[in-house]
Design a protein around this ligand. Structure first.
Ligand code: C2G
Length: 154
């Protein structure tokens, strides 16, 4: 029974996350996922939009996932691998090489990231929409004010 382990924030859950979990799952019979806690995200410099409980529940609902636990720090991977008897640690290619030191206790495997999708890009899209909405509202207010002024109502 091959056990696979992976970690992530999984904020604003998207297809890149799904594909990573599906490919990780295909490497064994069991897949466990360490989901970054809100506190650990802050340490990683990532302010997740969705709180840990919901991010963990979403990942746990993926049919390929057999178990979820909190990732609280950078140093718990070795004890997680031993506790879960993980045979393979899988991470996306943006982490290439970062966890090779764990090769002494399990296979470390990096999978290509899914192109053209990221939580950061999703956040930027929303920020852009918000900015456009603010500009539009400012223009409407300016037009209304000019109309009131022209009619000596202001
Ligand atoms: N991922 C991917 N393709 C994307 C986006 C993400 O394959 N377009 C992968 C990442 O490489 C990672 C996993 O999906 O393996 C989760 O991504 P994040 O939620 O961004 O996780 P991250 O912040 O990289 O946390 O200790 C390891 C860290 O907890 C990993």
């Amino acid at each position: 029974m091959t056990t696979v382990l992976t970690y992530g924030t999984f904020d604003l859950f998207h297809i890149g996350h799904v594909r990573l979990l599906q490919r990780a799952s295909a490497l064994g019979e069991r897949l466990y996922v360490g989901v970054s806690s809100d506190a650990f995200n802050a340490l990683k410099g990532k302010n997740s939009i969705i709180p840990y409980e919901q991010r963990a529940a979403i990942v746990a609902a993926i049919k390929e996932v057999d178990g979820v636990f909190p990732e609280e720090n950078w140093t718990q991977k070795k004890s997680d691998i031993e506790r879960l008897k993980a045979d393979i640690l899988v991470m996306g290619s943006d982490w290439e090489g970062r966890f090779d030191d764990l090769n002494t206790i399990c296979n470390v495997h990096y999978l290509p990231r899914t192109e053209d999708i990221s939580t950061t890009d999703i956040k930027k899209t929303f920020e852009k929409i918000n900015r456009q909405q603010i500009v539009s509202l400012e223009n409407q207010l300016r037009n209304a004010r000019d109309t009131l002024l022209r009619n000596n109502l202001l």
